[in-house]
Design a protein around this ligand. Structure first.
Ligand code: NAG
Ligand code: NAG
Ligand code: NAG
Length: 231
């Protein structure tokens, strides 16, 4: 009997150290803590979408890297996000304005009028990450972090979140390869711009050729999805 009791105690102590796997119900909850301070730099680390088209396209487009530098504007809850996109070592920059409050985010125009649906911040076990669920035309789940790399466990949790939604396997983007020299594409001289575009175009074509089967499979899945939604 005593041995049994000891065994039970040891087992229960062991299970205390082992966190229970999180259920989809928990993983799909909105973030319950006060929203994070959004200002500063964030890295996009992984993306899942309702259709494999989006993640496959990111792959074909040489897995662009997205870095966000967010500043607050005069109007309360309005932010300016400068988005730096590195593709094949070239960095392009553009900016967008958004409104953020209570774990919901909308893109806004220059008059602070909301454009499109709100994106929601979901639960995340990662302390300096945000999991954003976009509910616009392109429905996507995005993992962003203050860090350029998250742990395997943090990434696995995000993959589970994508699975809970029944969405595509996340495409992981390598933020550590983001370029520091970013130029607005309006500032790139035309000739240089053409040379860059030609090189990117060639690499994208090669990538598309090498991924032919995957792309085909994804298109078929997509058409089945469209067929099932309209019929
Ligand atoms: C947003 O930030 C970018 C980059 O710093 C800047 O070029 C742009 O003018 C800003 N937009 C507004 C509306 O302040
Ligand atoms: C912002 O409002 C002004 C004045 O009402 C209008 O002229 C302008 O077109 C609006 N801008 C946008 C982007 O909707
Ligand atoms: C916005 O959200 C509503 C409700 O979830 C949805 O019915 C609508 O299709 C969404 N809009 C777009 C552009 O996806």
């Amino acid at each position: 009997m005593r041995t049994f009791c000891v065994a039970v105690i040891v087992l229960s102590l062991l299970s205390v150290g082992q966190p229970a796997p999180l259920t989809c119900e928990t993983l799909m909850k909105p973030r319950d803590t006060e929203g994070p301070d959004l200002t500063g730099r964030w890295f996009l680390l992984a993306l899942s979408a309702e259709h494999c088209i989006t993640t496959t396209l990111l792959d074909v487009l040489l897995r662009p890297i997205f870095v966000f530098d967010i500043t607050s504007m005069d109007a309360s809850n309005v932010y300016n996000s400068s988005i730096k996109i590195t593709i094949d070592g070239h960095c392009f920059e553009e900016s967008k304005m958004f409104f953020y409050k209570d774990n919901q985010m909308f893109e806004v125009d220059s008059n602070n009028t909301a454009l499109g649906n709100a994106s929601l911040f979901l639960y995340s076990g990662c302390p300096d990450c945000i999991v954003v669920k976009r509910t616009d035309m392109i429905k996507a789940l995005i993992l962003i972090s203050r860090r350029k790399v998250v742990t395997a466990a943090e990434l696995a949790e995000f993959e589970t979140q994508a699975r809970c939604l029944g969405w595509s396997k996340p495409q992981v983007l390598r933020a550590e390869h983001a370029s520091e020299n970013c130029r607005s594409y309006h500032d790139i001289p035309r000739q240089e711009d053409e040379a860059i575009m030609q090189r990117i175009h060639r690499k994208v074509s090669e990538k598309a050729t090498s991924m032919r089967e995957k792309i085909m499979k994804c298109f078929i899945e997509f058409w089945v999805f469209v067929y099932n939604t309209v019929s």
